[in-house]
Design a protein around this ligand. Structure first.
Ligand SMILES: [Zn+2]
Ligand SMILES: [Zn+2]
Ligand SMILES: [Zn+2]
Ligand SMILES: [Zn+2]
Ligand SMILES: [Zn+2]
Ligand SMILES: [Zn+2]
Ligand SMILES: [Zn+2]
Ligand SMILES: [Zn+2]
Length: 290
């Protein structure tokens, strides 16, 4: 990243198509930074802007923007910074329209994020005692005393037993099985509608509790059963019956394998496996060396 001296009157930065001019400090309380969305006078940082586009940035915010985000917690694909003249797309994080002429974007999944939502993720409130989470229809309350845990409280995200003093949320109504570590909640703050996975590129996957019935769902990555009390990634089209453990989803997203153009997971047992993308029957053989 290039260092700009405060004296520089005009700069060219990848965050905007046109040259940006230094904004007189007397006018900083009239304009809003397009990245942090605060008044430009809110920070002592100098402010640059394009009058024609009504586009303004704190210099400090401008310097915090990378050209791409890798392994972002909201979306596993590489997200590219894009400037564009007009707004209109919806942010996959907060659901609001993106109006500030720039976004982070995954072209393959057609997913867009506000720069602010991608760079400064916020949890509703650090010390919230009651929250709403997309994975459950009822509000979740912070567990206050040990009796509330019941007999075997298991977290719906990580499947581990919830023990004090790790902060845990539980269903505020009568769903005895629904517990969620606060730390797991922080990792899953957003609904993942419109996330397409390389193993199932046709339809978006959502995180949800699988329906309770006699039919045992299996994970399409590890071929093990998915406990119906746990959250899983699931295709929205019921006829697909495509499900993934949360962990398997993350692994699949990050592991690539030389010699095969599609993503592969490391499988402990390797029965004959058919690649979901190309349909080729493929025996996975991986040797660990070290
Ligand atoms: Zn700013
Ligand atoms: Zn401009
Ligand atoms: Zn947003
Ligand atoms: Zn993507
Ligand atoms: Zn957990
Ligand atoms: Zn409930
Ligand atoms: Zn699995
Ligand atoms: Zn599907």
């Amino acid at each position: 990243m290039v260092e700009y001296s405060d004296e520089e009157y005009t700069i060219q930065d990848f965050t905007h198509l046109h040259p940006l001019k230094l904004v007189d400090s007397n006018h900083k309380d009239e304009v809003i930074c397009s990245i942090c969305e605060e008044l430009c006078s809110s920070s002592s940082s100098s402010t640059y802007g394009c009058m024609e586009c009504k586009f303004f940035l704190h210099k400090s915010c401008m310097k915090s923007i990378p050209r791409q985000l890798i392994n972002h917690h909201i979306h596993p694909c590489t997200l590219i910074f894009i400037t564009y003249p007009y707004g209109g797309d919806e942010c996959a994080c907060c659901g609001e329209r993106i109006v500030r002429r720039m976004k982070f974007s995954c072209g393959a999944c057609e997913l867009d994020l506000h720069v602010k939502c991608a760079i400064f993720p916020t949890i509703d409130s650090e010390d919230a005692k009651e929250i709403q989470h997309f994975s459950h229809p009822h509000t979740l309350a912070l567990v206050q005393n040990d009796e509330e845990y019941g007999s075997e409280p298991r977290c719906v995200a990580c499947a581990q037993i919830c023990l004090a003093p790790a902060p845990t949320f539980r269903c505020s109504r009568s769903c005895d099985h629904f517990f969620l570590h606060k730390s797991c909640y922080v990792k899953l703050p957003y609904n993942s509608v419109n996330f397409k996975h390389p193993f199932h590129p046709k339809h978006p996957l959502t995180i949800k509790s699988l329906p309770y019935n006699d039919h045992i769902r299996t994970c399409d990555a590890c071929f093990r059963g998915i406990d119906s009390a746990l959250l899983a990634y699931s295709c929205q089209k019921p006829e697909c019956k495509f499900n993934l453990h949360l962990d398997c989803y993350n692994q699949l997203s990050s592991i690539t394998f030389r010699g095969h153009q599609h993503l592969l997971a490391l499988l402990e047992k390797t029965p004959d496996v058919t690649c979901h993308l190309c349909g080729v029957n493929y025996r996975v053989a991986i040797n660990f060396q070290g």
